[in-house]
Design a protein around this ligand. Structure first.
Ligand code: KQY
Length: 364
């Protein structure tokens, strides 16, 4: 594996494909951290296994597990899933797995962004994060892919979505947050994204989902279903703090064109009712940096937008909410050639993310 420091993907003719383009596989990490996953992570691991099984029906899934969880992962996951021992601080493959870029000859390379647990010592979520930060490079080594070293720029994979045709979508609340790249201007941030993802237009949504501890990752509020079309997490409840946030994103999208000059078509994806943590769930979490990891009644950033686009399916969250079925039908209508698989994901959500956050596609 070559670590590339003296050129950029755009300069070398590589671009990040849209998630809806064909994949050769998917990377996941087995959860076990006791301040992220309640009651030692038993229920979270079951949910991760369901996600891995669903994706593995149409692409090769690789699950990274710690030495102590290796046997368990191997026992719980189907034979078709590859399990490799790899250490990490937690289980967010989207955020610190490599971002893959591809050239016209089909060659793949990874990008290794800097990772600081969603805000470092300013407003990050745990310390240390050194093993997470090594994962992109270790995975590129495992997959025999050269990797661009961009560790001097803090970015998580869940903070960007691309359409594969020159447009990248981010949120201001995340990319311009003080815990990421505080010395960079918006213009300088744009330049990095353009050079590394090979895009020409950045869509700056103002914010993400209410109380999303990532400073509002775009992958929880808005996602491309194809070039020129997005789904946006939505509520009609004006008394909900999310109402103004989703409205601000809709108004921005309404007046903004993509890289190809297309007006963006917005499909609203209604949110479930607010999902809050119970006292019993909080009791099952260890403290994080000497403080309770969660407090009873805390609202979690539940959203159906946090789905994964697999080769032949959409693997989406379910919350046991009356809105689950309607959300499933909307996504089925938008992805008629893929089977929509809904997985009850409360045990993933308690960790702070959902199905998109725990998966990272490897383009074909
Ligand atoms: O991408 C994500 N949503 C991950 C959030 C991690 C939270 C750590 N508890």
């Amino acid at each position: 594996m070559r670590i590339i420091k003296d050129s950029t993907p755009a300069g070398d003719g590589f671009r990040m494909p849209g998630e809806f383009e064909r994949h050769q596989g998917c990377i996941m990490i087995f959860p076990e951290r006791s301040d992220s996953w309640q009651y030692g992570g038993y229920a979270a691991r079951k949910a991760f296994v369901q996600v891995a099984e669903s994706i593995a029906r149409s692409e090769k899934v690789t699950v990274c597990a710690s030495a102590s969880q290796y046997d368990n992962a191997r026992a719980l996951l189907p034979d078709s899933v590859r399990v490799v021992e790899m250490s990490s601080n937690d289980a967010w493959a989207r955020d610190y797995g490599p971002t893959f870029v591809k050239n016209d000859q089909g060659e793949l390379r990874g990008i290794d962004w800097g990772f600081n647990a969603w805000g470092g010592l300013y407003d990050g979520l745990y310390f240390p994060w050194d093993k997470d930060d090594q994962m992109a490079r270790k995975l590129c080594d495992l997959l025999d892919k050269d990797v661009y070293d961009k560790r001097d720029f803090i970015l998580e994979g869940g903070a960007v979505h691309v359409d594969g045709e020159g447009t990248c979508m981010v949120t201001e609340s995340c990319l311009l947050s003080k815990g990421r790249n505080p010395d960079m201007t918006r213009q300088e941030t744009e330049e990095v994204l353009k050079k590394y993802l090979n895009v020409s237009k950045i869509l700056w949504l103002p914010c993400g989902i209410y109380n999303d501890e990532t400073n509002g990752h775009v992958d929880n509020i808005c996602a491309f279903v194809k070039p020129g079309e997005v789904v946006l997490a939505w509520t009609d409840d004006k008394s909900d703090a999310q109402y103004g946030m989703s409205m601000a994103c809709a108004e921005y999208l309404e007046k903004t064109a993509d890289a190809k000059g297309r007006k963006i078509r917005v499909h609203k994806l209604p949110l479930p009712r607010p999902v809050t943590v119970t006292a019993q769930e909080c009791q099952g979490l260890d403290a994080c940096r000497e403080k309770p990891a969660r407090t009873p009644g805390e609202r979690l950033a539940a959203s159906y937008v946090n789905f994964y686009i697999a080769n032949e399916s959409i693997v989406m969250p379910g919350f046991g909410d009356p809105a689950d079925e309607g959300a499933r039908e909307i996504l089925q209508g938008l992805f008629p050639d893929r089977e929509v698989i809904q997985i009850y994901s409360r045990d993933i959500l308690i960790g702070g993310g959902n199905i998109h956050c725990i998966t990272q596609q490897i383009p074909e």
